[in-house]
Design a protein around this ligand. Structure first.
Ligand SMILES: [Zn+2]
Length: 464
C-alpha cells in the first residue's frame, strides 16, 4: 500500500544505527521509499495515506531465524521433562499429524509471531509442501525447508542409527517439490532453504545431496549443530569426531550455512566454524529452559561469528529471545572487567534484524528501515509503562519489552496487524481449533506409540 507514517520515532538499525525523532517513513507498494523529516515527506508524498505515528516507534520487522511453528502442539507439556524431547516427542508428534493438522498448528505459530512483532519466520520442518501455502496465508515472510534426514528419526529413540536411503529420498523429493511449487512465490514472500535436520541423522551421502541442491538452486542452508549430548555421542560413534568436524570433513561448513544451537561445540570446533565463516542461530530462551544455556557464547562472539536469534520450539516470542539471550550472552565467558557489559541492547536487536536477514541471504532486502528495503515493519506502542521513561528506547525494548507493546505489523507494505487487530486470521476460531487438533494428535500419538509416556503431570485438557 502507499502509506506515510508521520511524526514518529524511527529505530533504523541502519549502518549508523540512527534513531530519528519526529520523523516520517514513506512506503510505496511493498518498499520503503523515503525516511526523513515529516514536513518534507508530507510535501513529497501528498497522496499517500497518512498514519499519525506520534507515540509509536517504527522498527525493522523482527526476524525469527529458527523456529518450528508446528511444535506449538507441544507447548505446556515437555518443557519440564528431562530427556531427549527431539526424538521422544517432537519427531513422533510431527509424524502423527495429517497435513490439515500441521497447517492449523503452523497458523497458531504465525498468529503468535505476528503478535510478537515478527514479520519473518525461518522454519525448517517436515512435510512442508503440503501446508506451505496455508502457512503463508496470514501474510508473514517465510523461509521454509524440508528438514532432511536419512537415518529414521522415529527409530533413534530406540538407539537405532541405520542409514535408510528410501527414507532419505522422501525428504529430498519433498525438498525439490517445495522449491518447484512455492519458492519465490507470493511476491517473493515465500522462499526455500536447504535443511539437513541434524548431524546425527544425516549420512555423508545425504549431506552431499543437500550441497548439490543448494548449489543448483542457489539457496542458503541450515542444520541443527551439537544441540544435544546424545547427538555428540552418536556422531563420535559413527564418524569418530565432533559434529562440527564431521560437517567440515564433508565440506558442509561455510558462510551460507547457519548452524542452530552449538550447545556442545568445543573450543576447537568454534575455531573451525569461525575459519569457515559459518553463521550461528542461537535460541537462548528455549535452550535455557532447564537452566542457563551452557554454550561457549563468549568465545563464539570473540571469534567474530555472526549470530542471529530464534525461538526454536513451543514459542514465537522474540522479546523473550532477546531478553534471555542478552543475559546468556553476557554470562558466557565470565565477567572479566575489561570486557564491559556486552552485548549492548542494539547488538541484541541487530541479532533479530540485520544479522537474521543476513542469515538467509536477504541483508539487502529486510532487517533495516531505509529506502529501497522491503516495507516489513514493526510498530511499537511507546505509551506503555515499560517504555517509560524514554531515554534509551532500544534498552527499554530489549530489557523490558513484551508482545503487549506491539501495536502494528506490516509485511511487504501490507498491514497484517493494525492497532492490535490481526487482519489476516480469525483468532477465536483458530484458538479453538488448535486446542481440538492438539488433543486429537496427542491422543493418537500415545495410542500408536505405547513407549511414549504422557508428559509430566499427565494430559488434562482445560476448557478456555
Ligand atoms: Zn530447531
Amino acid at each position: 500500500m502507499d502509506l506515510l507514517i508521520t511524526d514518529t520515532l524511527v529505530v533504523t538499525c541502519d549502518d549508523e544505527r540512527r534513531i530519528l525523532e519526529r520523523a516520517a517513513v514513506a512506503i510505496s507498494g511493498d518498499r520503503i521509499v523515503a525516511i526523513g523529516d515529516t514536513e518534507t515527506l508530507r510535501r513529497n508524498w501528498p497522496r499517500h495515506e497518512a498514519l499519525n505515528g506520534r507515540g509509536l516507534a517504527v522498527l525493522p520487522g523482527f526476524i525469527n531465524a529458527h523456529t518450528h511453528t508446528i511444535l506449538t502442539s507441544l507447548r505446556g507439556t515437555v518443557e519440564d521433562w528431562d530427556g531427549n524431547a527431539v526424538y521422544s516427542y517432537m519427531s513422533p508428534i510431527s509424524y502423527t499429524m495429517d497435513d490439515g493438522e500441521r497447517a492449523v498448528m503452523a497458523e497458531l505459530g504465525c498468529l503468535e509471531a505476528i503478535r510478537s512483532g515478527c514479520t519473518t519466520l525461518v522454519d525448517p520442518f517436515r512435510h512442508v509442501p503440503a501446508y506451505a501455502r496455508r502457512m503463508a496465508a496470514p501474510g508473514l515472510r517465510l523461509w521454509l525447508s524440508e528438514n532432511c534426514a536419512d537415518i529414521d528419526t522415529r527409530r533413534i529413540r530406540f538407539g537405532e542409527y541405520a542409514v535408510d536411503e528410501a527414507f532419505g529420498r522422501t525428504f529430498l523429493d519433498r525438498t525439490v517439490a517445495g522449491i518447484e511449487a512455492f519458492h519465490g512465490t507470493e511476491n517473493g514472500r515465500l522462499r526455500c532453504q536447504i535443511a539437513a535436520h541434524a548431524t546425527d541423522n544425516c549420512s555423508p551421502a545425504m549431506l552431499r545431496s543437500l550441497l548439490d541442491l543448494a548449489s543448483k538452486h542457489n539457496l542458503t542452508r541450515t542444520i541443527h549443530l551439537a544441540q544435544g549430548a546424545d547427538e555428540v555421542a552418536a556422531v563420535r560413534a559413527m564418524h569418530g569426531c565432533t559434529p562440527a568436524e564431521y560437517l567440515h570433513r564433508e565440506g558442509f561448513l561455510g558462510p551460507d550455512l547457519v548452524g542452530a544451537h552449538w550447545t556442545f561445540c568445543t573450543r576447537s570446533d568454534i575455531e573451525l566454524l569461525a575459519r569457515t565463516r559459518t553463521q550461528m542461530v542461537h535460541c537462548p530462551a528455549n535452550s535455557s529452559r532447564r537452566g542457563p544455556h551452557p554454550v561457549l557464547i563468549g568465545l563464539i562472539r570473540d571469534a567474530g561469528i555472526t549470530i542471529s536469534l530464534g525461538t526454536d520450539n513451543m514459542t514465537e516470542d522474540m522479546f523473550q529471545a532477546m531478553k534471555i539471550g542478552q543475559i546468556v550472552h553476557r554470562g558466557g565467558r565470565g565477567r572479566e572487567k575489561e570486557l564491559g557489559v556486552t552485548p549492548q541492547p542494539q547488538d541484541t536487536l541487530d541479532m533479530i534484524t540485520r544479522n537474521a536477514a543476513g542469515s538467509v541471504g536477504a541483508a539487502e532486502e529486510i532487517g533495516q528501515v531505509r529506502p529501497g528495503m522491503k516495507a516489513d515493519l514493526t510498530l511499537i506502542d511507546l505509551n506503555q509503562p515499560v517504555m517509560r521513561p524514554l531515554i534509551r528506547p532500544v534498552a527499554n525494548l530489549v530489557h523490558y519489552g513484551h508482545p503487549g507493546i506491539v501495536h502494528s505489523v506490516l509485511v511487504d507494505g501490507q498491514f497484517v496487524m493494525r492497532d492490535r487487530r490481526v487482519l489476516t486470521i480469525d483468532e477465536p476460531a483458530l484458538l479453538a481449533e488448535a486446542q481440538v487438533v492438539t488433543r486429537r494428535v496427542w491422543e493418537r500419538m500415545i495410542a500408536a506409540n505405547p513407549d511414549i509416556p504422557p508428559p509430566p503431570g499427565g494430559l488434562r485438557w482445560f476448557d478456555a
